[in-house]
Every structure is written in structure tokens, then in C-alpha cells.
Design a protein around this ligand. Structure first.
Ligand code: ARG
Length: 270
């Protein structure tokens, strides 16, 4: 209901894009021959972290490693629910070494880290949503990892199959608005998974391909403010009508690597 939405303060972990680049191609957005404007990427990332802080959220940083250009995508390092850290095992060999600096960060912050045996990419494919853990598969995270995550976190996993290579991680096709509701791009999912989402979330906000391609589903909501790509204009209008407050943050440089706002943000849920 408009006017009644309440933001909740979040604790975020991010990684400065000091060494961000596109040096290999592991999703259809990545073209190593297309240069990244590093200065612009830095400024866009700074604007994102400034926006989080300006809205009362805590932002912590992990030190970037020079040889790991995708390390800026902090969401992929783990999924944290109730203070339990379920780490990652990246599919691409290029990204596997990212787990170590993140695990080290979590340990120094006082957390134990569970090391999964199966391929999984943290909040890229595991999306905590109220009572459930929504879990993507099809391109990166495996069904076996879904099982491991449910066993470790004790949260019921809802497996969802992704079918469009442009939306290779669940967090490129779906985000959580609040405890009750989500927004998603239906065509990114298999027919059965679409039915599951429609059953669980009859009032969900569905987005167009244009909004999805603008990385509009790679947003971060605190329950009221929705930090989102300015390109997802229809989605922003729909959310405004529903009483949310879109906060536009342009991360267009990161789209060259197939990432956006949520990809750059790990949420530490205590
Ligand atoms: N280049 C990275 C990859 O393909 C981008 C990761 C984006 N992260 C995300 N949470 N969707 O792995």
C-alpha cells in the first residue's frame, strides 16, 4: 500500500573496482575487445556506495586483488542468511580464486564459512526471499548445490530453471522487493519455473525484456527504496505506483561484464 512501506537497514559488503576489466568472456555481455572506462566505473561504483550510505545502510569493503577483474561482483562470493555464510565455488576457472579473499574477509569479520562441494555462485543464484531461498540453476549453480545450501542454511529451497543466456544468474532476472513480494522477468525462466513463481507470488511485479536488458531486475530494495538502473523506466513507474521509491544508480560500465547493482552488492543478513 503506498505510503506504508518501511525500509530496513542493511549491512552490505562491496569490492572497489580498482582492477575491474573484461579480460575473458563467460557470459554473452562480455566482449574483451571492448574497452572498459575504468575511471567511469570507479565513479559509478562510488555513486552506488554513496547512495547506500545516504540511505542509512552500512557498507563494508573487501580489498580487491589485481588479477581478479570480476571480484567487484561481491554478490557472487557467498549467500549469508541468519549469520551463516555459504561460500561459493565458481564455475569459471578464472573466477575460482575469488573465494579465498572473500572467505578471509568473512573469517576476519567473525564468521565461519561453509565451503560448498558443488558449483554455486552465492547471491548470483541464491536469493533469500522471506520464508524461502530462491535458487537459480541452468547456467552456473547446480541442483546439487541447492541441496547443500538447504542442508546448511535450513531454509526451504525453491529451485528455478533459467533458460536465457543473457540472464545467466537468478539475480539478473529477479529481485526481492520485501518479505512478501518480488519483481522478475518471466521469459528468463522455464515454463514450470514460471508457474512456480506465479503460485508463490501472485502479486509479483513482472518486467519487460527492455527493463531486464537494462539490468532492472538486478536491483537492491531495502523495503522502500529500490536502488535500480535508470534504464528500467517502465519498472520504475510500476514500483512507484506500488509505493516504492526508486533510487536511480547508473552502473552501465559494469554491464560490459554482465553485471549491475545487485551483482556489486553482498548482503550480510544477521
Ligand atoms: N562477469 C561476471 C560473470 O559472468 C559477472 C557476474 C555478475 N554477477 C551477478 N551477481 N549476476 O560471472
Amino acid at each position: 500500500m503506498p505510503g506504508s512501506r518501511v525500509p530496513r537497514r542493511r549491512r552490505f559488503l562491496v569490492c572497489e573496482p580498482r582492477h575491474f576489466a573484461v579480460q575473458y568472456a563467460i557470459n554473452p555481455w562480455m566482449h574483451p575487445d571492448r574497452p572498459v572506462d575504468t575511471g567511469r566505473a570507479q565513479a559509478q561504483w562510488q555513486a552506488l556506495t554513496d547512495a547506500y550510505r545516504a540511505h542509512g545502510h552500512t557498507v563494508e569493503t573487501v580489498e580487491p586483488v589485481p588479477s581478479l577483474p570480476d571480484m567487484v561482483f561481491a554478490a557472487n562470493a557467498a549467500v549469508v542468511v541468519g549469520g551463516r555464510v555459504f561460500g561459493s565455488l565458481f564455475k569459471a576457472p578464472e573466477r575460482r580464486p575469488e573465494s579465498l579473499p572473500y572467505d578471509t574477509w568473512f573469517k576476519s569479520a567473525g564468521f565461519d564459512v561453509y565451503r560448498p562441494e558443488s558449483v554455486c555462485e552465492g547471491e548470483g543464484d541464491f536469493v533469500p526471499a522471506g520464508r524461502w531461498l530462491l535458487a537459480g540453476t541452468g547456467f552456473r549453480t547446480t541442483r546439487e548445490a541447492h541441496r547443500e545450501a538447504q542442508e546448511f542454511l535450513g531454509v526451504p529451497v525453491i529451485g528455478l530453471t533459467l533458460v536465457d543466456p543473457y540472464f545467466y544468474h537468478l539475480d539478473t532476472a529477479l529481485f526481492v522487493l520485501d518479505e512478501e513480494n518480488i519483481a522478475y522477468y518471466p521469459e528468463a525462466f522455464s515454463p514450470g519455473s514460471r508457474e512456480v513463481l506465479a503460485r508463490l507470488y501472485p502479486d509479483a511485479v513482472t518486467a519487460t525484456r527492455k527493463d531486464a536488458e537494462a539490468f532492472g531486475l538486478n536491483s537492491v530494495s531495502d523495503g522502500l527504496h529500490v536502488f535500480m538502473s535508470p534504464g528500467a523506466t517502465d519498472l520504475a513507474d510500476r514500483l512507484t505506483d506500488l509505493g516504492y521509491l526508486p533510487v536511480p544508480v547508473d552502473l552501465s560500465e559494469f554491464r560490459k561484464a554482465g553485471g549491475g547493482i545487485k551483482c556489486c552488492t553482498q548482503e550480510i543478513r544477521s
